[in-house]
Design a protein around this ligand. Structure first.
Ligand code: GTP
Ligand code: MG
Length: 212
């Protein structure tokens, strides 16, 4: 399948978010869970910057993607949660956390103003919550899932870094994830490509906005 992908813009706050009406799929999850790497895996290009250090992505980055004959959409790489920069002063740490919270809130709260008869923004496709398949059930992930479900955005959960699991862990963790997140949680690996084709199908199955 032919994929065209290009970086379009980075937003630090609500004013920088694109307003061209393209549907969006946002990837959210803890810092270092593999959001940026997964975008690169999905589009088979290194367009998003990744890092072994958590806290790499600080802005909402929008990538315009066309896959085969499907209509164009954005994949959105959001900053991760659960990361406090190793700053000397708590003040700076607090500022980084606040900036993250503001940006994330700006991103998600557009639904309320742009939506039609529903809390979902007219142009949203949805949100994919990424959780590290090696660590099922972290409080921050469960909290994020609870919040997302109540947000009105169509949302799905995916387990990352499946290549790091032993065979025994694979089965055990898949089962744990399934009970924590209300249904089967597909496991993916950007390293081996496992599950990426299915993740595209998941993305395609998200409800299409009725109005452009
Ligand atoms: P922030 O931008 O800090 O929120 O992190 P992120 O979620 O974007 O993580 P990123 O994609 O930068 O990846 C973090 C680290 O995990 C990098 O060292 C990646 O190489 C590694 N990683 C990501 N996906 C996989 C995977 O599928 N398998 C393995 N083995 N490593 C992975
Ligand atoms: Mg990132």
């Amino acid at each position: 399948m032919h994929i065209l992908a290009e970086f379009v813009t980075s937003a630090a706050d609500a004013s920088g978010l694109p307003r061209d009406g393209l549907p969006e799929v946002a990837l959210v999850g803890r810092s270092n869970v593999g959001k940026s790497t997964l975008i690169n895996g999905l589009v088979r290009q290194r367009i998003a910057r990744t890092s072994a250090e958590p806290g790499k992505t600080r802005l909402a980055n929008f990538y315009r993607v066309r896959r085969g004959t499907a209509p164009p959409m954005y994949l959105v790489d959001l900053p991760g949660y659960g990361y406090a920069r190793r700053a000397s002063g708590t003040e700076e740490r607090g500022a980084a956390a606040q900036a993250f919270a503001r940006l994330t809130e700006a991103y998600f709260s557009r639904g309320q103003t742009m939506g039609t008869d529903h809390r979902t923004p007219a142009k949203a496709l949805g949100v994919i919550l990424l959780v590290d398949s090696r660590h099922p059930g972290l409080d921050s992930d469960v909290d994020a899932w609870t919040w997302l479900k109540s947000s009105g955005w169509p949302c799905r959960v995916v387990g990352t870094k499946a290549d790091k699991l032993s065979r025994a862990e694979y089965v055990k963790h898949a089962r744990q994830l399934e009970s924590l997140f209300d249904g089967p949680v597909p496991l993916v690996s950007a390293a081996t490509g496992e599950g990426l084709e299915d993740l595209w199908k998941t993305i395609a199955s998200l409800p299409r906005p009725t109005a452009a």
